[in-house]
Design a protein around this ligand. Structure first.
Ligand SMILES: [Zn+2]
Length: 70
């Protein structure tokens, strides 16, 4: 939240929009939303947040299955 209020830009490569959401980068990695590797937190603009949400919608069961192994 703090980063957003400072007017951080979207982390997606080539995107220069204002960020609206900050997410753990590992949650964004592998969803097709292109953030640079090595980030801890990813800032997403409205458009890319929408894209991320769409990309992760069908993944929820997969993630649950992964966590239940521990
Ligand atoms: Zn963006």
């Amino acid at each position: 939240m703090g980063l957003i209020s400072k007017g951080a830009k979207c982390s997606v490569t080539g995107c220069d929009n204002d960020g609206v959401r900050s997410l753990t980068a590992s949650k964004v990695d592998g969803t097709g939303v292109g953030i640079p590797h090595g980030l801890k937190k990813a800032i997403l603009c409205k458009e890319h947040y929408k894209e991320w949400k769409k990309a992760t919608k069908g993944d929820r069961d997969t993630e649950k299955a992964r966590f239940s192994r521990f």
